[in-house]
Every structure is written in structure tokens, then in C-alpha cells.
Design a protein around this ligand. Structure first.
Ligand code: NAD
Length: 484
């Protein structure tokens, strides 16, 4: 059986015990994962401290950028192997992993290598009280050792998004990938070796959250900052753990994202866009729309079009190139999604599509599939409309007025993403600017330029990453004032 190891100080290391890595498409165990204990997490942190002092923290920006380009090249050389590992771990369709996850991992290293070379900081001339000039300028310094904790939905993409920017700023990293999807973090260690990244710069510790590698890392006094993507309640627990050492945190958390569809939209483009926004990656993207508000004039027609899209999705083996909809990540997560399907019934929803476990008559019946699901008819106060489900499901509700749609979309404790679908340019801008969200798309969804700010408001997160915003989080600014 394949072993997935920790990576500490440039060496692959077994753990204190092993846990199973399960393929969500058929429930089979595909690897044994080495769980790190507190001592190994400490070893990884100390290795990262040494690497910071030895070389990485002092490299010139140009040298560091060159190394990161080599990592991107090495990711591309191992493209097929990374795609296969990601598909086996997550159950996502191979078409998605090869178009999105792995290309983005390489792009993450290139983008931050490019950015760190051009991110100039301002300088100011200031007059001193005795009339002499002083020059102020700021330099970026690494924060130190960054603890990186990531979820299972886009494992390599989200991990490299954080690791690339942390390393670009001269930090070293200890990463704790999700216990559900450990494979690509360890493969990235092989990539780092191939790219000759010095030992200790990138370390991997496998394990779980509370009282395991995740908590050991967040509580470690020699970790200088924590960057985390995952559930809002986990973010709250990490914030408490990080508080005792006053560590800076960057949090990308959950969402209950709204889409607003106006009658003047491009109907076909919007139906296609929304089908993607609801069902991509089996609805397991933090940006997925779980609440769809449609102007009443086109409500019935739009609901019918979305139902057709849902029913035409090809639920298949993730490794099949024609599959566009795979399983949920785990049996436990499927239980959670199914409990919301049950709750929707109890709350009085009308089922439009799906709502069941599909039957295949083969080994996929041991996997964790559910059907693409659409509900309508719930009150805005229903739990299914309020709480993040994180599955392939949305609730569609009608509206009559723009103000009403904006109010319903913003009636949430989350605020990660929104989308607005209209051909009225002024309305597009007007509504987008009123959304309580970190990102609002108009007539598109999930179109990401890595230089733009990314993050959420409310329960959806703290801070922004992306472009210079990542550099601002992952570096300490040191202002220098010189009397001239
Ligand atoms: P999760 O919060 O359960 O786990 C995420 C990571 O945190 C895992 O590695 C886990 O082991 C670790 N963890 C759990 N408890 C911990 C603790 N007490 N201390 C330290 N580490 C701990 O999230 P998940 O189920 O893996 O991912 C799904 C969630 O992630 C959804 O809520 C989704 O919206 C969110 N998400 C957000 C974004 C974003 O950019 N905002 C992106 C992807 C996913």
C-alpha cells in the first residue's frame, strides 16, 4: 500500500501512527498517511527556523524568484502524477484537475515570483522640526515561519496559493494539509527537492485538527503567522490558539454565496454560468452559489433551464474524461449534505431536481455521490437558506425589485462571493457595489486574476490575499527614517 509521509528538514519521515486515505469515488483505501505528533511538528518548525536564518530569508529577491520559477517548472514536469493524485484523493473529475487545480499550482509560484520583483514601496521626504529634510522608506522583511493549514476541496491549488506567496516574501513554511487529501502536499515536497529548494524551507506535517498536527502548529510559539483556509468555526478555534502569542492570521473561510439573476440577462449564458456556479466540483468550492435569486418575470423558465442543466450533468468515475460531476469528499460529508436534504423537506421546500443518492450498479455505489439538487419555496429564514451546506445544492427564490434582491442576498452572516447577471451595465455596477462580499462577479463566476484581492467579510474571513495583498500579509514592513 502507498505511504504518504511527512516532510521535515528535507527528509521524508514516518509518523507516530497511520491513518487511511480514502478514494471518495468507491470508498477504497488508497494510501496510509503518516500522522505527525507534537514532537515532529516542533522538528518541522525548528527546521523552518534554521532554513530562514541559513539562507532563504537572506536571498536576494531575484534569486528567490528564480527558485520559485523552478518550482513552477517542476510542477509542470510532474503534471500527470499530480493530477492523478488529486483526482484519487478528492474524487474531482480529471477534466477539472487538469484544467484548474494543477495549472493553478504552477501559476501560483510564477505569479508571486513575478510580483515580488516589482512590488515597489513608497518613499516620503519629511521635514524635521529644525527644518532639515528626512527620507522615509520602507522595506519588506519576512514574517518568519508561516503555518499553513488547508482544506480538502482544492488541495494543491489552495496550498500553493499560500506557500508560493509566503516563500516569495522570504518566509519558510510548515504546512498541514487536510487529512482527507494529503497526497499532493507530499508530492510537492518531491517537487521542492527537484527544484533545489533548500531543506527546511518547505515542511509537511500530516494529521488532524484538534489535539493533532493542526493544533500543535497553531499553538507553536515559534510559528510567526498562521494562514488558514477552511470552515468558519475552525477559524474561530485557530484564532483562539494563535491569540496567546499574538500571531497574525489570514483566514479564508466559509460562504453562503448569492447569485442575482435579472430578467434582462443573457439567458443561456446565465443558465450555463449558474449551473457551473452551483455544481462545479460537486458544489465544494467556497465560492459556489447556494442561494439563487431570480427576477419573477423569468423565474419559471430559469428554474426549468437550471433543472435541465442539473439533470444533464454526467455523474461518472473521476478518471473518465467525460465526467463532469464526481462524489462528495467523504462518507461523513455526505451525511452532512443528506441531513440538509432531509431538513429542506422538513422546512417545506419543493424539490426541483435531485435530492437522492444516485445508483450506478457498480463500485461507485460504495463511493460518496449525491445527485445535483435544486430546491425552491423555502422562507428566507430557513436553515437551508442560512447555513453553508458545501454540496451540489442551491435554493432558488423569486424577487420583484432590485432593492429586494440586494436585501435578500446580503441577509447573511457570511460574505465571500456574489454574482450578478444582467445586461444593464449601470445596474451591474450599482448592484455589485452593494454586495456584502469580498468578490462580486458580473456575468461570470470564478474568473480569477491572481493579482486581485481575495477574501471575505463577516464569517467568511479576515484579510485579503492575492497580488500585493498577499505580499502585505506575508511580509513585515520596516520603515526607515534617515535625517539628510
Ligand atoms: P475544516 O475547517 O474542517 O478543515 C480545514 C483544515 O483545518 C484541515 O486541514 C483540518 O485538519 C484543520 N483543522 C481543523 N480543526 C483545526 C484546529 N482546531 N486547529 C488547527 N487546524 C484545524 O474545513 P474543510 O472541511 O477541510 O473545508 C471546507 C470548508 O472550507 C468550507 O467551509 C469552505 O467554505 C471553506 N473554504 C473556504 C475557502 C475560501 O477561500 N474562503 C476556500 C476553500 C474552502
Amino acid at each position: 500500500m502507498k505511504q504518504i509521509l511527512n516532510y521535515i528538514d528535507g527528509c521524508f519521515a514516518p509518523g507516530i501512527r497511520q491513518f487511511a486515505d480514502v478514494n471518495p469515488a468507491d470508498g477504497t483505501v488508497i494510501a496510509h498517511v503518516a500522522e505527525a505528533d507534537a514532537r515532529q511538528v516542533d522538528e518541522a518548525v525548528q527546521a523552518a527556523r534554521r532554513a530562514l536564518a541559513a539562507e532563504w530569508g537572506h536571498l536576494s529577491v531575484r534569486e528567490r524568484a528564480q527558485r520559485l520559477y523552478k518550482v513552477a517548472d517542476a510542477i509542470e514536469r510532474r503534471f500527470d502524477c499530480l493530477v492523478q493524485a488529486e483526482v484519487a484523493d478528492t474524487g474531482k473529475p480529471i477534466s477539472l484537475a487538469s484544467k484548474l487545480d494543477v495549472p493553478r499550482a504552477a501559476a501560483n509560484f510564477r505569479v508571486f515570483a513575478d510580483l515580488i520583483k516589482v512590488s515597489g514601496l513608497e518613499a516620503f521626504q519629511t521635514q524635521t522640526p529644525d527644518g532639515v529634510n528626512a527620507l522615509n522608506y520602507a522595506i519588506r522583511k519576512p514574517l518568519g515561519v508561516v503555518g499553513v493549514i488547508t482544506p480538502w476541496n482544492l488541495p494543491l491549488l489552495l496550498l500553493t496559493w499560500k506557500v508560493a506567496s509566503a516563500l516569495a516574501c522570504g518566509n519558510t513554511a510548515v504546512v498541514k494539509p487536510s487529512e482527507e487529501t494529503p497526497a499532493t502536499a507530499t508530492l510537492l515536497a518531491e517537487v521542492m527537492q527537484e527544484a533545489e529548494i533548500p531543506k527546511g524551507v518547505y515542511n509537511v506535517v500530516h494529521g488532524f485538527g484538534p489535539d493533532s498536527a493542526g493544533e500543535f502548529l497553531t499553538r507553536h510559539p515559534d510559528v510567526n503567522a498562521i494562514t488558514f483556509t477552511g470552515e468558519s468555526k475552525t477559524g474561530a478555534a485557530i484564532m483562539k490558539a494563535a491569540a496567546s502569542n499574538v500571531k497574525p492570521v489570514s483566514f479564508e473561510l466559509g460562504g453562503k454565496n448569492a447569485a442575482i439573476v435579472f430578467a434582462d440577462c443573457d439567458f443561456e449564458q446565465t443558465a450555463n454560468g449558474l449551473s457551473e456556479a452551483v455544481f462545479l466540483n460537486t458544489g465544494q468550492v467556497c465560492l459556489c452559489a447556494e442561494r439563487v435569486y431570480v427576477e419573477r418575470k423569468i423565474f419559471d423558465r430559469f428554474l426549468e433551464a437550471l433543472k435541465k442543466k442539473a439533470e444533464s450533468l454526467n455523474l461518472g468515475w473521476p478518471t473518465d474524461a467525460t465526467t463532469d460531476f464526481g462524489p462528495l469528499i467523504s462518507a461523513q460529508h455526505r451525511e452532512k449534505v443528506l441531513s440538509y436534504f432531509q431538513l429542506a423537506k422538513e422546512e417545506g421546500a419543493t424539490l426541483v431536481a435531485g435530492g437522492e443518492i444516485p445508483e450506478f450498479g457498480d463500485a461507485r455505489d460504495n463511493g460518496f455521490y449525491v445527485q445535483p439538487t435544486i430546491y425552491t419555496g423555502l422562507l428566507e429564514s430557513a436553515r437551508c437558506v442560512k447555513e453553508e451546506i458545501f454540496g451540489p445544492v442551491c435554493h432558488v427564490a423569486p424577487f420583484d425589485w432590485e432593492e429586494e434582491a440586494v436585501a435578500m442576498a446580503n441577509e447573511t452572516k457570511y460574505g465571500l462571493a456574489a454574482s450578478v447577471w444582467t445586461n444593464d451595465l449601470k445596474r451591474g455596477h450599482r448592484v455589485a457595489q452593494q454586495m456584502s462580499a469580498g468578490i462580486t462577479w458580473v456575468n461570470c463566476w470564478f474568473l480569477r486574476d491572481l493579482r486581485t484581492p481575495f477574501g471575505g467579510v463577516g464569517l467568511s474571513g479576515i484579510g485579503r490575499e492575492g497580488g500585493v495583498h498577499s505580499l502585505n500579509f506575508y511580509s513585515e514592513l520596516n520603515n526607515i527614517c534617515i535625517r539628510l
